[in-house]
Design a protein around this ligand. Structure first.
Ligand code: ARG
Length: 577
């Protein structure tokens, strides 16, 4: 595996620091910061080390930078570094090194230079997790798309990922569903579209219960009957869960999202009572006003926010189930880490259960990967015209339809089947990319025109760049079948693109540090832009010999990086569009 360039720079930089003409006493754990430059006019990489040192040494930063440049021996790999601005040191790779790197990357078809983690973990990934018989709305789309993307990235880096869809299949909504099932069920509608019919019942009873206290009370009774094992209610419940899962599966198929397990909330029912008893026995929980609670007295932030794990009436709660879930995932699934991709409003819940789990001695790394909301163009929560929550399945269908219209206009002569396939890839890809190109905590505006635009940081723009790389080989009438071999990079646009492509290896490994798939999107956008500039500046098929081979190599590697990177985001690329 080729060494990432920043690591090479750090190596030589450390060496240079040990040979400065003045003594520097650096803390043992000091790691120089080396970043890619924004503009290649200032070299390929840059460090602020001289400025950091100058502060400690009380010297002029440019003077320290000059000494570093003088002492830096980059051998054949780097040109002599240069000072910039207030004391940055800029590094530039020798062209031969870039040429060799692109060539090596072409031979590394599987990893494209990206190293595997040297600390592989078993990660249970908890995402999507909608509630049965309630609408799966666009809020769940964020969890589903971010979770799936993180899982793909973690797997590629060498972790063992176990995805678990913790569906809400045992909530209070079943009181309403059961009562509605018994009094308002439309059998024909149920046969046609069960998920739709359950949703209709839920909405109807919800509205009725708001007006009529009797309805609300009978719903509660139905729920209690279910919870105490009433055979009729259990059978209805089971049926509802079954059809809902089938409905969800269709959406996941559209999205190409897969789960290893669907251990829903009900799976933990038998474990709740023993868990609460255990917590009471160990003194972590206590009885307070008839309920069983856990207090966080020595946590300033949570001091006045106890977690209830059993209600006065004996019922268990969301938190109780989640605690049982952690036990199960650690002891039976072997989790070293559990990542919860769930909206920011549940932050308190996760703080509480993580704190309890740690007090019980859980050593797994528990993370809440939170995210913000999706807003409509009016900057309010996204709603349908009639004011209802937007359904995920409808969003996906509309995305494909709109992509189809664009393709129809752009390339009407393609065969029908291919058009449908492209529309699917571009439509679903656009919805996913709109999500993954934002920092997850940002509230983003859901806007069809922006996300389907062929310009800007969008899926269609990136897919189009990929498609262009493929068009060259179609024109050539051959695949790029040789390895890299000897390459020559003459033009600036070629070098800029080559460097970008080499940096895939630097970008992918850090995405998981703060769960930011958007850093990958930003990078892929830069690749596409660099490719575009290369395309404008450097003819490919009109040239010959080494130049032609090298340019074809850049086209091929660009295509591979774009396809692979988009693949890590769960986005599929067609060969034409
Ligand atoms: N069903 C919950 C909801 O829709 C999300 C569950 C998230 N996972 C968990 N282990 N709590 O809000």
């Amino acid at each position: 595996m080729p060494e990432p360039f920043p690591d090479l720079i750090i190596l030589h930089l450390r060496d240079a620091l040990s040979r400065l003409p003045f003594a520097v006493d650096l803390p043992a754990n000091f790691v120089p910061k080396v970043d890619p430059t924004q503009n290649r006019a200032f070299g390929d990489y840059q460090t602020n080390t001289a400025m950091v040192l100058a502060k400690v040494l009380k010297r002029n930063p440019r003077e320290v930078a000059a000494a570093i440049c003088e002492a830096f021996d980059g051998g054949e790999i780097f040109e002599t570094p240069e000072i910039a601005g207030p004391g940055f040191v800029n590094f530039r790779l020798a062209t031969g090194v870039l040429e060799k790197r692109v060539s090596d990357l072409l031979d590394d078809t599987e990893r494209l230079g990206v190293p595997r983690t040297n600390a592989p973990k078993t990660i249970v990934l908890d995402f999507s997790a909608p509630n049965v018989a309630k609408p799966m709305h666009v809020g769940h789309i964020r969890s589903t798309i971010i979770g799936d993307g993180l899982g793909r990235i973690a797997k590629f880096l060498g972790h063992r990922v176990i995805s678990d869809n913790h569906i809400g299949d045992w909530g209070t909504q079943f009181g309403m569903i059961l009562w509605g099932w018994k009094h308002h069920l439309d059998e024909a509608a149920l046969a046609r579209d069960p998920v739709e019919e359950l949703l209709r019942i839920y909405r109807k009873v919800n509205a009725l219960a708001k007006e009529d206290e009797n309805v609300l009370n009978t719903c509660r009774e139905e729920l209690v009957k279910l919870q105490s094992g009433d055979a009729e209610n259990l059978a209805i419940w089971e049926h509802c869960v079954e059809v809902s899962k089938e409905g969800l599966q269709k959406v996941y198929d559209l999205l190409d999202v897969r789960f290893d397990h669907w251990y829903g909330e009900s799976f933990y029912n038998d474990r709740l009572l023993p868990l609460v008893e255990d917590l009471l026995g160990s003194g972590i929980a206590e009885v307070s006003e008839g309920a069983v609670c856990v207090f966080f007295r020595d946590n300033e932030h949570l001091a006045d926010k106890p977690a209830i794990i059993r209600k006065q009436d004996g019922g268990f709660l969301y938190a109780t189930t989640d605690l049982a879930t952690i036990d199960f995932r650690v002891s039976e699934l072997g989790a070293d880490a559990i990542w919860y991709v769930v909206g920011a409003p549940q932050q308190l819940h996760f703080e509480q259960i993580f704190s309890i789990a740690h007090r019980r001695g859980c050593r797994a790394d528990l993370r809440h990967v939170a995210f913000g909301s999706i807003l409509g163009k009016d900057r309010k929560m996204l709603k349908t015209r009639s004011g209802e929550t937007v359904q995920l399945a409808d969003v996906l269908k509309e995305a494909v339809d709109r992509a189809r219209a664009i393709i129809e206009e752009k390339n009407p002569s393609l065969p029908e089947e291919e058009k449908a396939d492209i529309a699917h890839a571009v439509g679903i890809g656009s919805v996913k990319y709109a999500e993954l190109s934002q920092f997850r905590m940002t509230d983003y505006i859901f806007d069809w025109d922006t996300m389907l635009s062929l310009k800007g940081n969008t899926a269609p723009y990136l897919i189009n760049a990929y498609v262009r790389t493929r068009a060259i080989f179609r024109k050539l009438g051959a695949e790029f079948d040789q390895g890299g071999g000897n390459l020559t990079l003459g033009e600036e646009a070629e070098k800029t693109l080559a460097l970008k492509l080499a940096q895939y290896a630097e970008v992918v490994p850090v995405i998981l540090e703060d769960f930011r798939p958007n850093t990958l999107s930003a990078y892929l956008y830069e690749v596409a832009t660099a490719y575009h500039q290369f395309w404008e500046a450097c003819p490919v098929l009109k040239t010959e010999g080494d130049t032609r081979h090298s340019r074809l190599a850049l086209c091929e590697l660009t295509g591979r990086v774009l396809r692979h990177g988009l693949g890590l985001l769960g986005i599929r690329v067609p060969e034409r569009m």
